[in-house]
Design a protein around this ligand. Structure first.
Ligand code: FAD
Ligand code: FES
Length: 260
C-alpha cells in the first residue's frame, strides 16, 4: 500500500452524465488531491452501508487545487450507486493508492494511448508530465456515444480519436493511429503510456515490443481489498517468478515486466 494513502471523506461538487453510461464526478478531498501522482487511484465506498461490501477502485482524474475528477463507466451495483450522488453528498475514500507513471525524458516523444474509460489516468499524466510540443494523445472508443471525455478535453490536449464504427475520428483502432504517428515522428526516442481494456493492452504491448518502443501500461483488473491482502488482482510476471499484485506493485508496469 502506498504509504501516502489515507482515508478521507470527500464532498461531491458535481456528478453528471457525460455520455452513454459514462459519468463525471468532481470531488473535494484536499488531502488526497494534494498527494496524488499521475496514474494513482482511490478506493471508494459507493454506499455508506454494507451493500456492496467491497470498495471500488477508480483512477484519479485531473486535479485542480483541492478537487479532483472521477470519470466512470456504469457497470454494476457499485458504479450505479455512484450515479445517485448529489452535490454536497459525502463519499468515503482511501487514496491515493498505487504507483505512478514516470515522466518522459526531455528528448523523448511521449504518446498517450487510451481505450475508453482508460483515458482517466492518462489525462493527469499528460497534464502534469507532457511537453505538449513533443507529445501525442490517442483515444479509442466504441462510438461517439461512448466518448468518455468532453470536446473541451479533446481540444485542450489535441486528442486524436478512433472509433470502432467510424462515428467520429479515424474509423478503426488506436494501434492504427499509433502506427501513423510513429511513422511520422522524427525523434529516435519514443515512449508510450497506455491504459484501456485488456485486449487493447495486449495489442499495444505486441506493437511496442515488435517496434522496440519503451512503454508503461496501467492495468485495470478486478480488485477486492486494494492493499495487497486478497490476491484478486494478480497478474503474471514476465520473468516467470510468479505474480505481481496490481494494487500493491502497480497499477503501472513497464511493458516488459508483465504478461498481458
Ligand atoms: C486501478 C483501477 C482504476 C480504475 N479506474 C477506473 C476509472 O477511472 N473509471 C472507471 O469507470 N472504471 C475504473 N476502473 C474499473 C472499476 O473499478 C470497475 O468498473 C468497478 O469496480 C465496477 O464496479 P461495479 O460495482 O459497478 O461493477 P461489478 O461488476 O458489480 O463489480 C463487481 C466486482 O468486480 C470488480 N470489477 C469488475 N469489473 C472490473 C474492472 N473492469 N476493473 C476492475 N475491477 C472490476 C469490482 O471492483 C467489484 O469488486 C478501475 C479499476 C482499477 C483496478
Ligand atoms: S486487490 Fe486485494 S491483493 Fe490486490
Amino acid at each position: 500500500m502506498n504509504i501516502n494513502a489515507q482515508s478521507e471523506i470527500g464532498t461531491v461538487v458535481s456528478n453528471e452524465r457525460g455520455a452513454k453510461d459514462i459519468w463525471e464526478m468532481e470531488l473535494i478531498a484536499p488531502k488526497i488531491a494534494s498527494d496524488t501522482l499521475p496514474g494513482q487511484f482511490v478506493h471508494i465506498r459507493c454506499n455508506p452501508g454494507f451493500n456492496p461490501l467491497l470498495r471500488r477502485p477508480m483512477s484519479i482524474g485531473p486535479v485542480v487545487k483541492d478537487k479532483f475528477s472521477l470519470i466512470y463507466a456504469v457497470h454494476g451495483e457499485g458504479t450505479r450507486l455512484l450515479t445517485e450522488k448529489k452535490t454536497g453528498d459525502k463519499i468515503d475514500l482511501i487514496g491515493p493508492l498505487g504507483n505512478s507513471f514516470t515522466k518522459p525524458d526531455q528528448d523523448v516523444t511521449a504518446i498517450y494511448v487510451a481505450g475508453g474509460i482508460g483515458v482517466v489516468p492518462l489525462l493527469s499524466c499528460y497534464d502534469l508530465q507532457a511537453d505538449p510540443d513533443n507529445a501525442h494523445f490517442i483515444l479509442g472508443a466504441r462510438s461517439m456515444m461512448y466518448m468518455p471525455i468532453s470536446e473541451k478535453d479533446v481540444i485542450q490536449r489535441n486528442v486524436m480519436i478512433s472509433t470502432d464504427d467510424g462515428s467520429i475520428g479515424h474509423h478503426g483502432n488506436v494501434i492504427q493511429l499509433l502506427e501513423q504517428i510513429v511513422g511520422d515522428i522524427k525523434s529516435k526516442y519514443i515512449k508510450v503510456y497506455g491504459c484501456g481494456p485488456t485486449p487493447m493492452m495486449s495489442a499495444l504491448k505486441k506493437y511496442c515490443v515488435e517496434h522496440s518502443i519503451s512503454a508503461e501500461l496501467s492495468l485495470e483488473v478486478p480488485m477486492g481489498c486494494a492493499v495487497g491482502a486478497c490476491q484478486s488482482c494478480a497478474v503474471r510476471r514476465a520473468d516467470g517468478n510468479g505474480y505481481y499484485l496490481v494494487c500493491r506493485d502497480g497499477p503501472v508496469f513497464p511493458i516488459e515486466e508483465v504478461v498481458i
